[in-house]
Write a protein that binds this ligand. Sequence first.
Ligand code: TYD
Ligand code: MG
Length: 471
Amino acid sequence: MPKLRTKYVCQQCGGEQSKWMGKCPDCGAWNTFEEVTETPAAAAQQRRQAVLSNGQPSQGTQVPIALPDIQPLAQTRISVGYTEMDRVLGGGLVAGSLTLIGGEPGIGKSTLLLQVSGAIAHQVGPVLYISGEESIEQVKMRAERLEISEARLYLLAATELDSIVEAVHRLKPSLVIIDSIQTVFAPHLTAAPGSISQVRECTFQLMQLAKSTHIPIFVIGHVTKEGVVAGPKALEHIADTVLYLEGERYHSYRLLRGVKNRFGATHEVGVFEMQGEGLVEVTNPSAVFLADRAVGATGSAVVVSMEGTRPILVEVQALVTPTNFGNARHTTNGIEYNRLLMLLAVLTKRVGLAVGNHDVYANVVGGFTLEEPAIDLGVAAAVASSYRERHIPPDMALVGEVGLSGELRAVSRLPLRVREAAKLGFKRCIIPKTGKAVQLQAELQDSGLPADFKILTASTLAVALEIALHS
Ligand code: TYD
Ligand code: MG
């Protein structure tokens, strides 16, 4: 009888070692190794694959095909019933693709995919929703709450990979949902379900299934609090498309963010709102995020941030108060902490605002996280506005990256951003004064901006603040 193969797999990064170690040499994590034993069948199969990969071709081996002889796949896109999600997918779902949806527990992954299942079952064909976490009665209860009653929506409570594969072959659905990958296990591995070896093996097998049957598969993966996952992070390289559902539990907005897409642009964002009857699309997020703005308040600025190909206007707030005791406190919400510190330093040294001995709080309204440097000017202006107790005109938007010398630097896709601001009723926008600014200004005015819309240019942060706080 062949010997069992034992190896140790790091649960953080998936690195393999032949003996147990306290610290993973690959990722540096402590105490993350877990013993994994492969049964002879799996080991034999691996050996066979190894032979095939460096040995003679045997029966059933694929032979290389010249590029012109390969028939292209008919890339028809299936709409998932939500334009916000279709856009993140790159224009709809591709046949035979494996899409991973990650997110913290309770954020709404099951809800979103049950809604998608309902839509596809209604418009395209049978959908198989495999739940390893909840009983089918629980899923049914959720479906009732979401008012989904499609006869072509099939539910299956299963966790064993083989039975899942069999069910897919038997039903031949138009879409398969696996909720969640952490509950699925391949019996030939001894590791527990949810461990990195199981999760990787199962995702790999599901990928093969999707490719061989041309059925698109959605796989749900939980992200743990630390952001590492025995799941999404370790699987990103296997999946065709990786989406994350984000949001704060106490805010109702949910962002579906694309981080990898073999069939379209990444970094697209879809916006949803969690309501009593499930997730509802927010097709005009700027209007929603700006809805509760306190017009005329100090410390508030509106920035135009690009989320994928779409510009979104978001309010940034800052509160600056003198430090009463000890070191100044700085906190951020939705903005990178170090970026705020950099902007405070520039405000102190290049603009001459003595914000150093002040506590500074900076927030992005609506639970949004902004990562682009193009919001620098808005953040700095919000801080200066609060510090100086002067408000920024409510009809003004700000775009620009701030450099360490206090200069304003060009940002990408300026015309798109400015047009979006104009569309939402803003009357002026401060942009960096760069070589192309004048040309751009003329271009924009020609391209149908309202006649009373003003583009204001500034070469430095100091000049921009002068405009923003004194007009
Ligand atoms: P769920 O989809 O179960 O999250 P996940 O699968 O990511 O763990 O969503 C859980 C939360 O969503 C739960 O706290 C209740 C809330 N919810 C609503 O607010 N409205 C609804 O219609 C549904 C179905 C859920
Ligand atoms: Mg769930």
